[in-house]
Write a protein that binds this ligand. Structure first.
Ligand SMILES: Cc1cc2c(cc1C)N(C[C@H](O)[C@H](O)[C@H](O)COP(=O)(O)O)c1[nH]c(=O)[nH]c(=O)c1N2
Length: 226
């Protein structure tokens, strides 16, 4: 038996680079729509995600219509106003200055939803953890996010949306869960660091602070394991 080593050095590097340089993009979207073939490749990448019991519970709703994006943007504005009101003082000022969506600037939006009641997969792996259907849909989001980075397409996740309003706007039935509302479009450049870090909102933690190596009595205090 030989070890599988069918990625050459450049291919390995490319995978890690896409992971490291993927960013949540909220600004700088170019108005030119992404071609259908590229959108299709990104959706194929998403559709190749792992899923519990091979359930493939994700469903993709492509939103290009400006009128619909305007409605979703209104939903964002309302939720964002409430979010702003939940902070105080300097933090509130900081929040107010952070751009948190590109719904209108990005020429395509994509809503990834989950059909948790689908019988595909015959419940394998889901009896104990039914939430794994949603986790599977999130894996699809990440696949698309990474593939998009390699294609020079920015992706921004918007969760500052009241799901009921999103449901009625996109006519998503009750049994289907909206998982991710994404803004997609070409960009000229990707930031080196997360926007939230640049804005001074939060810092990335080092791996070692979230890692326990064969130690089960860690201190689970706020901010990491010690
Ligand atoms: C489930 C979920 C939900 C959201 C996000 C992400 C995820 C995983 N992120 C993006 C988030 O802010 C970003 O990933 C982190 O700040 C790290 O930055 P990079 O993704 O590394 O650029 C995000 N960003 C934003 O501007 N508005 C939003 O509503 C959300 N919502």
């Amino acid at each position: 038996m030989t070890r599988a080593e069918d990625f050459d050095e450049n291919e390995r590097r490319a995978v890690y680079r896409a992971i490291r340089e993927r960013r949540d993009v909220r600004r700088g979207f170019l108005p030119e729509p992404i071609p259908d073939e590229l959108l299709h490749r990104l959706l194929e990448a998403a559709h190749n995600a792992p899923s519990v019991g091979l359930m493939q519970p994700w469903r993709f709703i492509v939103v290009r219509d400006l009128a619909v994006r305007r409605k979703v943007h209104e939903i964002f504005l309302k939720a964002n106003e409430q979010a702003l009101a939940s902070y105080e003082g300097e933090q509130q000022q900081n929040y107010a200055g952070i751009k948190l969506e590109g719904i209108l600037e990005a020429p395509q939006n994509l809503c990834i939803v989950c059909d948790s009641q689908s019988s595909q997969g015959h419940q394998l792996g889901r009896r104990t953890m039914p939430e794994t259907a949603i986790y599977s849909a999130v894996c699809a989001v990440q696949n698309l996010w990474l593939a998009a980075r390699a294609e020079g397409v920015g992706v921004g996740w918007v969760s500052i949306l009241e799901p009921g309003l999103l449901r009625s706007t996109l006519r998503i039935p009750d049994q289907i869960t909206p998982v991710a509302y994404l803004c997609l479009g070409y960009v000229n450049a990707f930031s080196k660091e997360p926007d939230l870090e640049r804005a001074g909102w939060e810092k990335r933690t080092p791996l070692k602070s979230v890692l326990s190596l064969d130690q089960y009595d860690s201190d689970w205090s706020e901010g990491g394991l010690a």
